[in-house]
Write a protein that binds this ligand. Structure first.
Ligand SMILES: Nc1ncnc2c1ncn2[C@@H]1O[C@H](COP(=O)(O)OP(=O)(O)OP(=O)(O)O)[C@@H](O)[C@H]1O
Ligand SMILES: [Mg+2]
Length: 699
């Protein structure tokens, strides 16, 4: 599975009048593609702060004290505001607890949906244009260097192909969408004629006529060959009769006939637009008899033979040339990093040496960044900011250490600084980069340039097609209605024009989800999305989120204080307490083999599966986060606490490759402690239930 998001050693505090609130205290986790991670913990444990840090919407008094949030090769903690705008709400979306607060009360639902889409569409077009141009330029240079002949001429041909191909594709897709929309409208009308006023239905009928104006495309529905125009005329002729008498047999029959060619068209294969562009540009289009598969075969054979096969070889040569240089550089970098690590191996690293080496390695790595790569190497891209911040904090600590009369700010820093840790962080940044480059070097022999070249050409075609993919008002409206239907809103067409207050709480939350999905994000963060809803609606929303995850391969972070909520939806669970992750594991590990006493307490306080009754509330309250406890923060409320729990922070003990818990109970010398009976009983009940339902409760 591919890592979508990595949070490493995140530390967030807040400045307040009473002191610094340590809200998130060094947490790390990964989120993979198509996976749901649940973050569970009591109120105030730092769940929302974590989510807001990922979204880049922390309150003004927040102090990001450390850590990284890696997304798409970038550290979200360090990127510019402008870059963040591209990601926030676009690639990463968030749903908040209170749906009303995230909707504008005086703007119709439909407009709120389409506005987001149109804005995003424009940004995406610009971004795709930039990528296409930049990668093309780099690729051209590499190909020339590799000795490929006539590179510029070949690229001019390729550019013309992608330009025309994208346009042909866009035209075809437009007609395709119209055909889909006609089918939907026809099906709606067939139902609505049964109980709605003819005048109202006539309006819906007009929509069908309107779509029909733009449905024709030679390769989808040929205006001159298809029977559609004739059938449409028959339908139009029947409308006045229906409106005056309300009798709908004739319109029904005509509409049902219309469905046949429309549905047939949607089943046909789309043409290969890039092969078509080549053939059209060179006047070698094969004769077309209405069969797209046959056409594709002929066009592709011409395109491949005359252009694409050799172009791919040229691209492969360019990519190999780029790699050849980059692997030489990588060898040197590994050497430099090893040399640097050697110079800073002893404690009390000389700060001058550290600065020099950090700078030298950063420059080398920066010069070696593979800007042609389709997927960015996150370690290389973030090296400079990592190593520089590690060196700077170490320098700061050395400076403050020497101060005889530090001011208040420095005194506070001095009280909690950790010079050993800072030195290790410098080494860690270098080691991590070295190991990553070394493993790339080791894997170099397995690179398949034919495949990489193929991927590159496809990638450029895709970006080119995004360039011309304009989100018009009309397209956005169709898409918005589809989205509303996708999130389970009945009568989407009518509700599109309503205001937020006309929706129930559950429906509003669905709208909020639809808005979050409008930009087609790959990560969705849900912060207690069901807390304000009653139990049945809650279950429906959870089901919806689950379905969307599966259909769209979304990665989800689901935040809740109720472990019970995530039983059927989380792949992984991180249990948070007082700003730390105290236990993390797969859903099964947390539910059937919990190790931290806090997880036991959460399990014990979960509403029972059978009775749905709330059992034990966890006694006591979480600590004051201005003065977090020295040891395990849960110790004060934990009847299994030992002396050491009060004194020293437990490390994350490993239970399995995926299961970790921070409790001294897992230390080899700790006394053997069983979870409380209420928990073991519950686990037994859950297991039994799971067996009875054939494991379906954990789907
Ligand atoms: N802007 C702020 N200023 C000061 N303290 C803050 C701020 N935002 C959050 N905190 C504190 O950070 C800690 C974590 O808050 P957070 O909102 O993440 O909790 P949570 O786990 O989401 O809880 P809940 O379940 O109540 O939503 C709390 O102690 C909170 O008081
Ligand atoms: Mg919260």
């Amino acid at each position: 599975m591919a890592k979508k998001l990595e949070v490493k050693n995140l530390i967030i505090s807040f400045r307040t009048n009473n002191g610094t609130v340590k809200a998130v205290r060094d947490i790390s986790f990964n989120l993979e593609r198509g996976e749901t991670l649940a973050i569970v913990g009591e109120s105030g444990s730092g769940k929302s702060v974590t989510a807001r840090a990922i979204m880049g919407i922390l309150a003004k008094n927040a102090i990001p004290e450390g850590g990284e949030i890696i997304y798409d090769g970038q550290d979200l903690m360090k990127i510019s505001e402008e870059d963040f705008h591209k990601i926030r709400g676009n690639r990463i979306s968030m749903i908040f607890q209170d749906p009303l607060s995230s909707l504008n009360p005086i703007v119709r639902i439909g407009k709120q949906l389409t506005e987001a889409m149109i804005l995003n569409g424009k940004a995406n077009q610009r971004e795709a244009g930039r990528i296409y141009k930049e990668k093309g330029k780099l690729l051209r240079a590499e190909m020339k260097e590799a000795g490929v002949k006539n590179v510029d001429a070949k690229f001019t041909v390729f550019d013309n192909i992608t330009k025309l191909g994208s346009q042909l594709e866009s035209d075809y897709n437009y007609s395709h969408e119209r055909a889909e929309s006609m089918i939907k409208n026809i099906e709606a009308v067939l139902i609505d004629v049964l109980d709605k006023e003819p005048k109202k239905v006539a309006k819906e009928m007009r929509l069908i006529e309107k779509d029909a104006e733009n449905v024709y495309n030679e390769y989808l529905i040929d205006e001159h060959k298809s029977e559609l125009p004739g059938l449409l005329k028959k339908f139009q002729d029947a409308i006045p009769g229906y409106v005056s008498t309300g009798k709908h047999e004739q319109t029904d029959a005509a509409l049902k006939e219309l469905l046949v060619p429309l549905k047939g068209a949607l089943e046909t294969t789309a043409p290969d637009f890039y092969a078509m562009a080549y053939c059209k540009l060179n006047n070698v289009m094969p004769a077309y008899n209405g069969d797209n598969d046959e056409l594709n075969e002929q066009m592709q054979s011409i395109f491949n033979e005359k252009f694409l096969d050799s172009f791919r070889k040229d691209v492969a040569a360019g990519l190999a040339n780029s790699d050849k240089k980059s692997f030489e550089q990588k060898d040197n970098i590994v050497e430099s990093l090893n040399a640097a690590l050697d110079k800073i191996k002893d404690n009390r690293i000389d700060i001058k040496v550290a600065k020099e080496e950090a700078k030298k390695c950063s420059t080398e790595i920066e010069n070696a960044l593979d800007r042609l790569a389709i997927n960015k190497d996150s370690i290389a891209y973030t090296f400079k900011s990592n190593i520089m911040s590690a060196v700077n904090i170490y320098a700061q600590a050395l400076k403050v250490e020497k101060m005889k009369h530090p001011n208040k700010k420095n005194r506070m820093f001095k009280d909690r600084m950790d010079i050993d840790l800072y030195q290790n962080n410098i080494r860690l940044a270098m080691t991590r980069a070295r190991d990553s480059f070394q493993s790339q070097i080791d894997a170099a022999e397995q690179l398949n340039y034919d495949k990489l070249s193929d991927e590159m050409v496809t990638y450029l075609c895709e970006e080119s097609s995004k360039r011309v993919h304009k989100v018009t008002q009309r397209k956005a409206q169709i898409r918005a209605i589809e989205l509303m239907e996708e999130v389970g809103i009945a009568n989407a067409r009518e509700r599109y024009r309503q205001y937020p207050f006309e929706f129930s709480g559950g429906m509003r939350q669905r709208i909020v989800i639809a808005i979050a999905l409008a930009a087609n994000p790959d990560i969705l963060i849900c912060d207690e999305p069901t807390t304000a809803l009653d139990v049945t609606i809650q279950a429906q929303i959870l089901e919806l989120i689950n379905r969307l995850k599966a259909q769209r391969q979304l990665s989800i972070i689901f935040i809740t204080h109720d472990l019970g909520v995530v039983a059927n939806m989380a792949d992984k669970i991180a249990v948070m307490y007082a700003g730390k992750i105290v236990e993390s594991g797969t859903s099964d590990e947390i539910f059937y083999d919990p190790r931290h006493p806090y997880t036991w307490a959460l399990l014990a306080s979960m509403p029972d599966l059978d009775t749905k009754e709330k059992l034990d509330a966890i006694p006591g309250t979480p600590p004051n986060m201005i003065f977090p406890p020295e040891g395990d923060a849960f110790a004060e409320r934990n009847k299994y606490a030992m002396q050491i729990d009060l004194e020293e922070q437990p490390p994350m003990f490993k239970i399995s490759d995926s299961h970790y818990a921070a409790t001294w109970l897992l230390h080899p010398n700790a006394p053997k402690v069983e979870p409380p009976k209420i928990v073991t009983d519950r686990i037994a009940r859950m297991k039994k239930l799971n067996e009875e339902t054939g494991g379906e409760t954990n789907e």
